[in-house]
Design a protein around this ligand. Structure first.
Ligand code: GRF
Length: 191
């Protein structure tokens, strides 16, 4: 059984999708730790509700990466999943879990990725550029923003009537299918 640690900064709907996928024995993994850099992240409530060990680590008070590594080590984590996690991880963290950190990005990487491209900024940029297609990507995390190998992508049509908000809604729906599928694939092929 692959032990997953999820890092969240917000609502955690992707975390929820991963938790739900783990209910199936065939999935071969379970979420055993949830960490947030924000006290009010709803993702922490989701962890509590599902009786998953969880912790808020205040980056203003602590060395976030060091504390996180400590917590993940204690829970014997095999795979780290970033799900709406907004901090940039240190080189040290990436080296420690090299090739075992995944992230989901709400666009078709390498387009609309990189520094500053997160959350609604991404969808604003996509709509602003009059793209016909957007989507989401799950990729391996390396030391550069949104840069590592892409595991899976799903395309989503951009409608003429789309606002960043309507597009975000449709992309997020696909993210919830894509992330568990990518984790399953990654576990089978790469772990
Ligand atoms: C998602 O769009 C994800 O791709 C991005 O941040 C958003 C987080 O949503 N990285 P949630 O917290 O999983 O609901």
């Amino acid at each position: 059984m692959v032990r997953i640690g999820v890092l969240v900064s917000g609502g955690g709907t992707n975390l929820q999708a991963i938790i739900d996928a783990c209910r199936s024995k065939k999935f071969g993994a379970k979420v055993v730790a949830v960490i947030s850099d924000r006290k009010d992240a709803f993702g922490l409530q989701r962890a509590k509700k599902n009786k998953i060990k969880n912790i808020f680590i205040d980056p203003k008070k602590y060395d976030f990466d060091k504390e996180t590594i400590g917590f993940l080590e204690k829970q014997k984590i095999d795979l780290v999943c970033l799900a709406g996690f907004l901090l940039k991880l240190s080189k040290n963290f990436v080296r420690k879990y090299k090739g075992r950190i995944l992230n989901i990005h709400p666009a078709l990487l390498p387009k609309f990725g990189g520094s500053g491209m997160y959350g609604m900024n991404v969808h604003k940029a996509v709509v602003g550029a009059k793209e016909k297609v957007s989507g989401c990507s799950v990729h391996v995390v390396d030391e550069k923003y949104d840069h590592g190998k892409v595991i899976l992508q799903k395309k989503v049509k951009v409608l003429k009537s789309d606002t960043p908000k309507t597009l975000q809604k449709r992309v997020l729906k696909q993210e919830h299918k894509l992330y568990p599928a990518a984790i399953k694939l990654f576990i089978e092929r790469c772990l």
